[in-house]
Design a binder for this molecule. Sequence first.
Ligand code: CO
Length: 347
Amino acid sequence: MLNFTRFAHACLMHRNVISPFHVRRALVRNLSTATFDPTSADKNSAPFSNKKLEAHELLGISSEHWHRPGVWDEKDLRSLRSANQAWANRMRSEGFFSENESRRGHAPKILWIGCSDARVPANEMIGEPPGNVFVHRNIANQVVNTDFNCMSVIQYAVDVLQVKHIIVCGHYDCGGVKAALVNTDHTSPLENWLRNIRDIHQHHFAELSAITDLRTRQRRLVEISTMEQCLNIFKTASVQRRRVATHLQSQEPGSRVTFSEPVVHAFVYDPETGELKKLEVDFKEYMRTYSNVFNLYSVQGAATAETRSAQPIAQAGVRASTKSEEPSLSDIIRDSLENEGSLSKQK
Ligand code: CO
C-alpha cells in the first residue's frame, strides 16, 4: 500500500500545489522540481532546493515498486483480506471477538489523542489490545476548542466512557510541526490547521527562536505543542466537570474513586527508537495563574440561578463557577498529581 504518511508529508512540504490530488498528478507527470531540506538551519530561508527529484524519491518509496506494473499498492484487496483473516484467527485464539464480549461493548480506561502519522500506532506501542484505548488522531495531535470532532471525542470519553486517563502523544519528526515551521502557504484547510501550531510557536517564540538548529527547534516545538494540548484539555468544560465530580467522590469514605479523573499525560514518541518519553508539565502552576480565565467549575462555589439553568447537566455537588472560589481546579489538579500513581496501577 502506498505509504500515506510519506505521501501526506510530501503534500505538507510541497509549496506549489493545491491539494494531495494535485501533488499526485504533479508527481505522476514528474513535474516536481523542489524538495524539502530538513538540514537547513536558516529559519528565514525557504527550505527548498532546486535539486530535481524523481516522484518515487519524494514519496520515499523504492524505484522498483514505483515502476512495478499493475496494481500500484503493495497490497491488493485480496492480500488485505488474507492478512485480516490471519489476524482475526490469531486474536480469536487469544480469546477476543466472542459473542459475549461484542455484546458487552467497550469500556476503555484510556483516551489517546495522537498524530495521524502512520508510524505512531496508539494501541500497539503501549501494548494494549483492542478494546482498551479510545483513540482520536489528527495532524500533529491538536486539541482545538472549535474542532467538534475532537471535542465530541473528549466529551464522550469523559462523560460516557468515564476514562481515567487521557494521553496526548506527540512525536518527533512530525510533518505537521515541520510544515508549520516553514514560511509556506499549504492552502486551506491544511494551512488553517497548521495555524494552531504557528500560534504555539508565537506563544513560545523567545525559547524557540533561540534554538538555531532547525531539527532541535522542530523537536522542541513538538514537545511544547504536546504540552499545550494537555492544557487545552484542562480548559475543556467536560474535563473540568468530571474532575471536580470525581474529586468530591474521592473524598467520600470507602469510595472506589481515589483520584480526580481523568488524569492527563503528555508523551512524545520517538520514531527512531520506538520509545515514549513522558513530558513534565506544570499543570498546577499554569491553572493557578489562569484560574480566573479558564475555571468553569469549583467544588464549593454556589451557582447563580442563571448559571444553574445554563449548566443543566452539572452533576450533584458540582457548580459552575461564577468567580474565583476555593478549592479551584488548580487545587484539584495539584491534589490529583500528588496522588498520581503509575498509569498501569490506576487503569
Ligand atoms: Co505527526
